[in-house]
Design a binder for this molecule. Structure first.
Ligand SMILES: CC(C)(COP(=O)(O)OP(=O)(O)OC[C@H]1O[C@@H](n2cnc3c(N)ncnc32)[C@H](O)[C@@H]1OP(=O)(O)O)[C@@H](O)C(=O)NCCC(=O)NCCS
Length: 202
């Protein structure tokens, strides 16, 4: 049985630094967390991640039921923070709602604001929605009195790494996520590697 090691960066940002909150482009708006939106987050996450590298690193992201389980897990965390959990929506040409992006935040055990997943569906990328979603989540962390934010990103996801860097995140640690070709109960940690906590994804 073969395993693949995916290099990931843990990146941190100082929330005290002044921030330029990216406005949403015209026609788009934020929708705050409420319990009835859990499935909308899951579906938007699925559409944003299903064709991306992270759906290989965390197979649940490539599966709608997996995204639903993941959303329930995030919602159930003790540090789940509604103020850092947002959707972006717009009305399409027929007036129907078009869910475009999702982000979720939790406060970890060290009191750091942890961005869980950010995803923008393919047709709406490159318009600043990712930037706005991150700034909105960071605002939620700040309003909660937090001083630092963190996230993890797959190293080969250069677009996301570049975006986070532009927004003030800096690499703090390199970690590795093992993906087995078939399910295996035991993972071996190679010398010098830090493995990613499996709790990141079901
Ligand atoms: C990473 C991701 C969230 C970025 O979302 P996005 O909405 O495209 O992000 P932004 O538009 O704010 O910024 C991304 C790029 O668009 C550019 N941009 C920002 N506003 C823009 C605008 N109004 N017009 C054109 N381009 C714009 C940015 O400069 C940036 O350019 P670059 O990537 O060429 O350097 C999105 O690509 C995504 O969902 N990817 C799949 C899921 C994923 O990998 N998530 C991250 C997991 S850690």
């Amino acid at each position: 049985m073969s395993s693949t090691y995916f290099k990931r960066f843990r990146m941190d940002a100082d929330l005290a630094a002044p921030r330029d909150r990216g406005p949403l482009p015209p026609g788009y708006r934020f929708v705050a967390w409420n319990e009835a939106l859990l499935d909308v987050h899951a579906r938007t996450k699925f559409r944003a991640f299903r064709a991306e590298i992270d759906a290989t690193v965390f197979p649940c992201l490539g599966d709608l039921e997996g995204c639903r389980r993941l959303m329930r897990e995030i919602r159930g965390k003790p540090g789940f923070l509604p103020a850092a959990t947002w959707l972006v929506v717009r009305n399409d040409a027929y007036g129907d709602l078009e869910w475009c992006g999702t982000i979720q935040g939790v406060v970890d055990r060290l009191g750091i604001g942890s961005i869980q997943n950010i995803g923008v569906v393919p047709d709406h990328r490159g318009r600043g929605l990712g930037t706005s979603l991150i700034e909105q989540a960071l605002l939620g962390f700040r309003s909660h009195g937090l001083r630092r934010a963190s996230l993890e990103v797959t190293a080969s996801n250069s677009r996301a790494v570049r975006l986070y860097h532009l927004l003030g995140f800096r690499k703090a640690k390199t970690v590795y996520k093992i993906v087995d070709a078939e399910p295996a109960p035991v993972s071996v940690e190679p010398a010098g590697m830090h493995l990613v906590a499996e709790a990141a994804c079901l």
